[in-house]
Ligand binder design. Sequence first.
Ligand code: ADP
Length: 319
Amino acid sequence: MKKIGVLTSGGDSPGMNAAIRAVVRKGIYHNLEVYGVKNGYQGLMEGNIVKMDLGSVGDIIQRGGTILFSARSEEFKTDEGQERAIEQMKKLGIDGLIVIGGDGSFRGAQKLTEKGYPCIGVPGTIDNDISGTDFTIGFDTSLNTIIEAVDKIRDTATSHERTYIIEVMGRDAGDLALWSGLAGGAESILIPEKKEDFSEIIDRLKRGHERGKKHSIILLAEGVGSGFDYGDRIEAETKLETRVTVLGYIQRGGSPSATDRVLASRLGARAVELLLKNQGGRMVGIQNNKLVDHAFDEVFTRDHSINEEMYQLSKELSI
Ligand code: ADP
C-alpha cells in the first residue's frame, strides 16, 4: 500500500474534517501518498481527486461540514459506475480507500473491496444508527446543539405554560431523541424503535398539569411522524396549548465537540492502520471505549439497537 484515497459520502456530520485530517496526517506519517476525493463517489467516478499534503488539512479540525464535500450518486450503485471509479483509482495508482459516511456509503465501499480495491469505513453520521460502534462521528455535537435548543425552548415554555414538541432528526434511529430527551428532561420521548401508546403520553401530560407543572417538553424523532400532526392531536385531547419546533438542518452543522474531534481522530488514524495491514471491507468503531473493527457484512446484518436502560430511565424520571 503506497497510495490511499479518502472521501466523505452521504449525509455530512460535524467531525468529518477531523477524520480527514487524521487520515491525511497518519498516512503521511507512514510515508503514504494520500489523495482527497471531492464529492464522494460522484467525484471518484469523475476523477475529481487531489493530492493532499500536511498543510491541506491545517485549520480544519474545528470546522463543521467536510472540506471534501459530500454527494449522493445513483450511478455509483451500478457496476458501470463502480468500474468508472476503479479506472480513476488505477490512473493515479491508488491502492485503497477510506470512506467516511453512513451505512449506505459502506455498501459502496464493500463493492469496491470485492472488486480488488480494499476500503475501510469510518462511521460519520449524526444519527448514531450504525451497528458495531457505540458512537458515530457527529452524534455528540448534534446532541449538544439539540440540548441548547431544548433549554431555550424550556424558558419560553415555562413563561407561557405550554406544551412543546421538538422534532429532531433520526429516520430509523431514536438515539438523538432519546439522549437529548434524557439530557433535556423531556416528559415524553417518541422514537421509531418503541411504539409508545398515545394515551400514555396524554395521561402523563394531564397528570403533570394537574400537579401544577408549568410546561411539558416532548422529544420526537422524525421517523415516528410529523411533529405538527402530534401537536394537533395533543392539543385536541389535552386542551393544553401546544407548539411545535422542527429543528432541521441546524442539527447537522457547527463546530464539532471535543468528543467528536477525538473520536474522529482516533477512528481516522485506525482506518489508515488497517489499510497498511492490507485489510479491507471493514468498518472501524468504538465499543466500551476501545477501538474495534468489524467486517461490513456484520455491520449490515445487525441492527443498531437503542439503550433499553436509558429508555426505561427516561420514563421513570418523567413520571
Ligand atoms: P449514508 O452513507 O449517509 O447512509 P446514502 O445511503 O445516501 O448515505 O449512501 C451514500 C452513497 O453511497 C450513495 O449515494 C451511493 O453512491 C453509495 N451507495 C449506497 N448504497 C450503495 C450500494 N448498495 N451499492 C453501491 N453504492 C451504494
